[in-house]
Ligand binder design. Structure first.
Ligand SMILES: Cc1ncc(COP(=O)(O)O)c(C=O)c1O
Length: 348
């Protein structure tokens, strides 16, 4: 791997107490190009702009996938990743679906390890502080032919972030018109276009006072699937229920960690189709105790209300299970608790 260090760090100009999510980036980035049928020697270099041909096929056909993961620092200044092998496997599952060549495991982990060691000063210790890591890959071949490219760029950039806390209510709209994903489509992949397709319906929902949309199945809109960047859980009668993953739903790493933690806490968890009507009935019967989203950015985010067919359903203000699972998960991430599942990976 070629390493090209910055002359002087920009870290002193950063106000770590006022970080807008994902808008400040560290000093270096990892970059690796695919050409002539193989991934070339990777490089770590100063964070900066790219020069791309206007015909680069990503601009025309959206052949691009990405990941989102975090690094944490404990009180001894040790940096930890959380289940990074899951992100590695997932970016290659996404890449395969988008006909992008899979990325070598050794490049991914050596790249991450070196990049995080070089930029470790950007990770502040303390629960809530973390480094958001964005690996992504896109088609760079200069061609407007509508077919898979033969050149790609794989990059990892990193952004220091504070804990995601809006302070306000999270009111969600249950989708009745638009859909996020279709059977046989790319919903399970972190394909860039999946997110672009949500921006219009989500901004319409925002205008009506909703912070997020919970997507339902495209056929009937009767089943709850997931939110924009979160999987969704419902606590009904002391049981945690969440939709099973399939080709329309992202297999969230926080989702599977929360399922494991909940079971470890003796809570029964059901992964099964969740009907909107079932949730409304449980609300009516007073057995819907909590609704929360899970994802790398938010960890666990309690939902304040949901709306369906113009009817608003308020949820209980206290969310003891969501709060407890969030604390337990973060304690593992920050090396403040035992890690019975062996989820932490140290950076050396
Ligand atoms: C569509 C979607 N669902 C769920 C999630 C949560 O996944 P994870 O817990 O791996 O961050 C994300 C974010 O990565 C997402 O983009």
């Amino acid at each position: 791997m070629n390493i090209n260090k910055i002359q002087s760090s920009k870290i002193d100009s950063i106000n770590f107490d006022k970080l807008a999510f994902g808008q400040t980036f560290t000093d270096h980035m990892f970059i690796c190009r695919f050409r002539e049928g193989k991934w070339q020697e990777p490089e770590i270099k100063p964070y900066g702009s790219l020069t791309l041909d206007p015909a680069s096929s990503v601009f025309h056909y959206g052949q691009a996938v990405f990941e989102g993961m975090k690094a944490f620092k404990d009180d001894q200044n040790q940096v930890w990743l959380f289940r990074p092998e899951e992100n590695f496997k997932r970016i290659n599952r996404s890449a395969k679906r988008l006909q992008i060549p899979e990325f070598p495991e050794s490049y991914f982990f050596e790249g991450l390890n070196t990049l995080l060691s070089m930029d470790s000063a950007w990770i502040r210790p303390g629960k809530g502080n973390s480094l958001y890591i964005r690996p992504f890959v896109f088609a760079s071949q200069a061609s407007v032919q509508a077919s898979a490219a033969n050149e790609y760029v794989f990059i990892i950039i990193c952004a220091p972030v504070k804990s995601y806390y809006t302070g306000g209510e999270i009111n969600v709209l249950i989708a009745e018109e638009y859909s996020r994903a279709a059977n046989g489509g790319v919903g399970f992949a972190k394909a860039a276009g999946n997110y672009a397709a949500q921006f219009y319906p989500t901004s319409e929902a925002l205008k009506n006072g909703f912070q997020q949309i919970i997507w339902t199945d495209a056929d009937s809109h009767e089943h709850m699937e997931e939110a924009g960047t979160m999987n969704i859980f419902f606590k009904i009668n002391n049981t945690l229920v969440t939709a099973p993953t399939n080709d329309r739903i992202l297999d969230g790493i926080t989702r599977k960690s929360i399922i494991a933690l909940a079971k470890h806490n003796g809570i029964s968890v059901e992964e099964r189709p969740v009907k909107v009507q079932e949730i409304k009935d449980a609300h009516q019967a007073g057995t819907l105790e909590e609704v929360f989203g899970t994802g790398t950015a938010v960890v666990v985010l309690p939902i304040s209300s949901f709306s369906h067919q113009k009817q608003v359903y308020k949820l209980p203000k206290t969310t003891p299970l969501a709060d407890s699972l969030k604390e337990q998960l973060m304690d593992i991430q920050y090396n403040l608790a035992e890690d019975p599942f062996e989820w932490r990976r140290g950076i050396h």
